[in-house]
Design a protein around this ligand. Structure first.
Ligand SMILES: C[S@@+](CC[C@H](N)C(=O)[O-])C[C@H]1O[C@@H](n2cnc3c(N)ncnc32)[C@H](O)[C@@H]1O
Length: 414
């Protein structure tokens, strides 16, 4: 009982601190709530709750596909009855009530009267392109993969990092690795792209807020004599007459570096976006103009080849290492380390950092998702230390994000 009381106290204190503007207390509160629930639930409850999670996925997916979700959201705060929903969707009224009941119990939709529903913040978020794509991605890929896993184990085992003659769980089920599958199934390519951009453009905390650029790069700002944006010549640098502030390696279509450029328009130094020609080929002219007008230079580059930009202040990679096994990571991280300037350049990785002990559930589950769908891996704190150390880099600090979200790993030459 003493432990339960202390958890309740932690929750109360954390909420009070949050009300006073301390955003970091949210993590403490949610962790205490999880612990409290585990204390209160019987073992039977814990197991049954996990078994029933699959039904939540099924009901969300059905609510999306049948139009029920959208019909509730487009009422814009006004309640809608199951009879009205039946009329709108041509579905059986009782079926609708049974389906929605699971979602109201999970607070995903609100039930304001008998069989009368209203959208809440979760309902509205679920009815956005990014969330719909996430539901489809998880459901349409993980259900078939899950159904095949036992066969996969019996047919030669699960290959975490398949060689050329082996198949990962996705290929075992869908006949091709995911990116080949997406090329051949454009409907799912749209799902994947919407999921990626939904994550980037949604409520996720930006990496340059997790890693406090404003304070960490204060020396650059104060040493700059220039009033003009992106002036290259009067910056604290390693002697480069045209210093580079940030290289976003494999930065895709530039969403992260563009957000950085608009957030810090007067931080001097060049901004360089690197990615494969095939990725840049999909950038339309309006987006090209947008990137260029923000001062972003685009450089076609394969990260398995030597890095052409030497001595930049920041090299940034988001969600790249988690796609690759250690051997490949060592090759491209080594290419960055070779061009970093000691005591000046930093490599920032925006990735999950799984705690070595008592890992957060979301981070641990993201790792399984990476393995099952992409034959990738989310790494633990010690694995990051070892990987970066193997290419001559040391971790300066891991800047934590909200619970279960990605951190920024700050590293520099040893
Ligand atoms: C998961 S996406 C991440 C993109 C971006 N950093 C983000 O977080 O949205 C992986 C990116 O790596 C790029 N990529 C894959 N192989 C590459 C290579 N050999 N050299 C450079 N970029 C590569 C892809 O084109 C893609 O843009």
């Amino acid at each position: 009982m003493a432990y339960i009381n202390s958890l309740v106290q932690t929750i109360q204190d954390g909420l009070n601190r949050e009300a006073l503007g301390d955003s970091s207390s949210r993590t403490v509160v949610t962790e205490a709530v999880d612990d409290l629930k585990a204390q209160v639930d019987a073992p039977w409850d814990i197991l049954w709750e996990t078994r029933f999670e699959i039904l939540n996925s099924i009901c969300k997916r059905l609510a999306i596909e049948t139009g029920i979700l959208h019909a509730i959201v487009t009422r814009d705060g006004n309640p809608i009855t199951s009879s009205e929903l039946a009329e709108k969707t041509n579905l059986d009224k009782q079926f609708i009530e049974r389906l929605i009941r699971v979602l109201t119990a999970r607070r995903i939709i609100s039930e304001v009267d008998v069989c009368t529903y209203a959208a809440n913040d979760v309902t509205r978020l679920l009815d956005t392109p990014g969330s719909i794509a996430a539901e489809k991605y998880f459901f349409d890929f993980l259900f078939p993969i899950g159904a095949n896993l036992i066969k996969c184990v019996k047919d030669g085992g699960i290959h975490q990092f398949p060689t050329k003659d082996q198949k990962g769980p996705f290929e075992f089920t869908f006949g091709a690795p995911i990116f080949d599958f997406l090329e051949a199934n454009k409907e799912y390519k749209v799902v994947f792209d919407n999921l990626m951009s939904g994550r980037r453009e949604g409520t996720e905390v930006k990496w340059f807020h997790t890693y406090p650029v404003a304070s960490e790069l204060a020396s650059i700002r104060s040493n700059s004599q220039s009033e003009t944006a992106r002036s290259h010549n009067e910056v604290e640098s390693n002697g480069d007459p045209d210093p580079v502030l940030l290289v976003d390696i494999a930065g895709g279509r530039g969403h992260d570096i563009y957000a950085f450029a608009t957030e810090f328009p007067d931080l001097p130094g060049r901004l360089i976006l690197e990615d494969l020609p095939s990725t840049f080929a999909n950038v339309d002219s309006a987006r090209l103009d947008m990137l260029r007008s923000a001062g972003i230079e685009m450089l076609q580059y394969d990260f398995f080849t030597p890095q052409p930009i030497h001595g930049a202040r920041l090299y940034f990679m988001r969600d790249i290492c988690h796609d690759w096994p250690d051997a490949e990571c060592k090759r491209f991280l080594g290419n960055v380390a070779k061009v970093m300037t000691k005591g000046y350049s930093k490599l920032l990785l925006d990735e999950h950092v799984i705690d070595d002990v008592n890992a957060n559930h979301r981070a641990a589950a993201s790792d399984m998702l990476m393995m099952l769908v992409l034959t990738g891996i989310e790494r633990t704190r010690s694995q990051w230390k070892e990987l970066l150390g193997s290419v001559g880099l040391k971790i300066v600090k891991i800047w934590p994000n909200r619970r279960g979200q990605q951190s920024v790993i700050e590293s520099e030459l040893m």
